[in-house]
Unconditional design. Structure first.
Length: 412
């Protein structure tokens, strides 16, 4: 059987995803995506006319992020017109799925060189992402709502913490650790190999560093923050009085939710893009490329849409089983910190060594550019495997609708 090799991975810094505050917020998403697509080509002397496909991810395919962002970003990056492109949406999981699809196409023998990745400019989301909006309710599908009530993700995080009996203190301690680890990684240059500065047409630097981290964070400052989702819990979303509370109570009628998530222990709202270059061994050897890693296994899992955030554990277990590996075989774990409870539950359920999980911080410190995050985490895991001499890395993340993709890579 052939293999699918990772040749390279790169990403932009994450910019604060708010208009007027973030360094990238004024940019068109196609231009931000073009930054990493151009870099991955230049770094590897890639003849873009030989790229079989560009598989891209973005979670909000509307306005400037619509119209096949992957293809348009590639054209903006100066790729040969023969390099086709497609854009997908698996909510937060799309950045992993883009690589999984790329690797699958290469393993099948149908393609030889694919660039996977994603872009998400959360600064473009606008009023349709008002804190009291209900993205899964707005479609007006009452039939689906009756079968699978799906509340706001932050509400889901609070519900899971309540059901699992995970206290706020544990979540705030994890958030503090994320900030401290990210600060150490930045100070030691652990992201430098993958980080691509965003440059304006006139050559001035738009962003060359992480914009979101708050290294001054303390446990006391985290504990002083008010819960973010308590106020919206009972807020009426429809004329009939449907609320996030009523949706939760369809599945858990007697549950008294304890609200424990806030801005400090939830993922940051940011802009950014990332790319991963995949190739078959034959194509890589013909171009003189040295592989950095290979695909070992991948998985996709669905779980309860009402809880929404619980699929990473079964996704990881499924990937491990496919690979014939155990938890102890994995040297580096990247579980997206969409909310602190996601990572905390993941660590507890799989009984992981915390020193192997999100060792360079996560989305609570660095931010979560939805459709791009998975590609960023693959690159982060690869860099850390090379830095430490580890062998296997597993990357997974929760996705809206109650899903999770996962991928296991082996350093070469």
């Amino acid at each position: 059987m052939s293999e699918a090799w990772i040749i390279d991975a790169c990403r932009t810094p994450r910019g604060i995803g708010k208009v007027g505050k973030g360094a990238l917020a004024h940019m068109h998403p196609q231009r931000v995506g073009a930054t990493v697509l151009k870099a991955i080509a230049e770094r590897n002397e890639l003849d873009t006319s030989t790229v079989d496909d560009i598989i891209w991810s973005t979670s909000n395919q509307s306005n400037t992020q619509g119209s096949d962002l992957g293809r348009m970003a590639a054209l903006d990056a100066g790729y040969d017109v023969r390099a086709s492109g497609v854009t997908l949406d698996r909510f937060c999981g799309g950045g992993i799925t883009s690589s999984n699809l790329a690797a699958g196409m290469i393993l099948s023998g149908l393609e030889d060189v694919i660039v996977a990745g994603g872009t998400d400019m959360m600064s473009t989301y606008g009023p349709n992402r008002h804190p009291n909006s209900a993205p899964f309710l707005d479609a007006g599908n009452e039939h689906l709502r009756a079968i699978h009530p799906q509340p706001h993700q932050g509400v889901c995080a609070d519900v899971i913490a309540t059901l699992e009996g995970i206290p706020r203190l544990a979540l705030d301690e994890l958030a503090l650790s994320s900030q401290q680890r990210a600060a150490r990684a930045i100070a030691e240059g652990r992201f430098d190999r993958s980080l691509i500065p965003v440059i304006a047409d006139d050559g001035t630097v738009i962003l060359d560093r992480e914009e979101f981290p708050r290294p001054q964070t303390t446990l006391e400052s985290l504990q002083s923050l008010a819960p973010s989702f308590e106020g919206m819990y009972a807020y009426p979303l429809t004329e009939e009085g449907t609320s996030f509370k009523s949706l939760v109570q369809q599945k858990f009628p007697d549950l008294e939710v304890v609200h424990v998530h806030h801005a400090g222990n939830s993922s940051g709202v940011v802009d950014g893009a990332a790319a991963v270059l995949w190739a078959s061994p034959e194509a890589a050897k013909a171009r003189g490329w040295k592989p950095r890693a290979r695909l070992v296994a991948m998985s996709n899992v669905g779980d309860d849409p009402t809880l929404m955030l619980n699929a990473p554990v079964p996704a990881a277990r499924k990937a491990l089983a496919k690979a014939g590996l155990t938890v102890d075989d994995i040297d580096i774990w990247e579980i997206n910190e969409a909310f602190a409870v996601v990572a905390e539950k993941f660590i507890r359920d799989l009984e992981l060594d915390r020193d192997k999980v999100n060792v360079n911080g996560g989305a609570m410190a660095l931010g979560h550019p939805i459709g791009a995050t998975g590609a960023m985490l693959i690159g982060t895991a690869l860099d850390e495997l090379e830095r430490t001499g580890g062998r296997y890395g597993l990357v997974t993340m929760c996705a809206a609708g109650g899903m999770a993709p996962a991928i296991i890579i082996e350093r070469l």
